[in-house]
Design a protein around this ligand. Structure first.
Ligand code: CP
Length: 307
């Protein structure tokens, strides 16, 4: 199956997701056996206007493990000609004439869609402001499948910064492709889940509940998906950030009420919203989740560049 632009989670149907997960399982084997040269001769650009550790480096590692090559601008806001006033569209047109694929992270919602309209090569949205982060959602869903043995029937709690979290938004869209999903939203008042996502869930007949008692929800669910309160999204509204931070923290008390086979996920980076003493618990899946990002991104590069 050949993929083209990856812009938003809603673009995937269940058949495509299953094909991506099949390819990802193959990529895990390839990565563990030292890689491959299947993308020899292919060139990727990673163009990042916002900071990143996992997304940029896992895409770059994925390309190198498959024998391809890359060029990168990791602080495009400062070190690309954007600093001289060049538009995103012109930047993408130019970079697209040098490479076979562009991985783009931008600070504005909708930037990847704008880029895809003018790009001569496929665009992968690696996060567009508070918009979406579809490849994170793919690795999140893959992690749920791998850790829980299924996606259908999952009960999941999304916790923390639900208003601005592009990872939560994208994952929620993907979950609507599955059966018998139940979602609990647990968020401080100032960053509650936005109406557009709740409307989408209602339209897709996915039951969701807005709760305030994290311990009560933690005892019910198969997955807790914790998120960081993203200070950078509050602008000058620091009062709201102060109200939201530290409200919901995953700690040993929360782990104590969780089911024995439930898991804790987090897209990372973490600040203090999961205490360090949780890391040793086998249900702490967030570092395994981040590693799955490498395999998912190897699969996506292969499916875009080779089919
Ligand atoms: N999860 C995620 O997007 O991490 P980075 O910001 O480090 O890429």
């Amino acid at each position: 199956m050949k993929l083209n632009h990856i812009i938003k989670a809603q673009q995937f149907d269940r058949k495509t997701l299953e094909e991506i997960f099949r390819e990802t399982e193959e990529m895990e084997k390839i990565a563990r056996n030292g890689g491959s040269d299947m993308l020899k001769g292919k060139l990727m650009a990673t163009v990042f206007y916002e900071p990143s550790t996992r997304t940029r480096l896992s895409f770059e590692a994925a390309m190198l493990k498959l024998g391809g090559e890359l060029i990168s601008t990791e602080n495009a806001r400062e070190f690309s000609s954007t600093a001289k006033g060049e538009s995103l569209e012109d930047t993408v047109r130019i970079i697209g004439s040098y490479v076979d694929l562009i991985v783009l992270r931008h600070y504005e919602s909708g930037a990847a869609e704008r880029a895809a309209k003018v790009s001569p090569v496929p665009i992968i949205n690696a996060g567009d402001g508070p918009g979406q982060h579809p490849t994170q959602a793919l690795l999140d869903l893959y992690t749920i499948k791998k850790e829980c043995g299924r996606i259908d029937g999952i009960k999941i709690a999304m916790v923390g910064d639900l208003a601005y979290s592009r990872t939560v938004r994208s994952l929620t869209y993907l979950l609507t492709k599955y059966q018998d999903i139940t979602i609990y939203f647990v968020a401080p008042e100032v960053v509650k889940m936005r109406g557009d996502i709740k409307h989408y869930l209602s339209n897709h007949k996915i039951p969701f509940y807005e709760e305030t008692d994290l311990l009560k929800v933690a005892a019910e669910v198969d997955v807790i998906y914790q998120t960081r309160i993203q200070k950078e999204r509050f602008g000058e509204n620091i009062e709201d950030f102060e109200k939201a931070k530290d409200k919901y923290i995953i700690n040993k008390e929360v782990l104590a009420v969780m089911k024995k086979d439930a898991i804790v996920m987090h897209p990372l980076p973490r600040v203090n919203e999961i205490t360090l003493d949780c890391d040793e618990d086998p249900r702490a899946a967030y570092f395994r989740q981040a590693q799955n990002g490498l395999y998912i991104r190897m699969a996506l590069l292969k499916m875009i560049l080779l089919g």
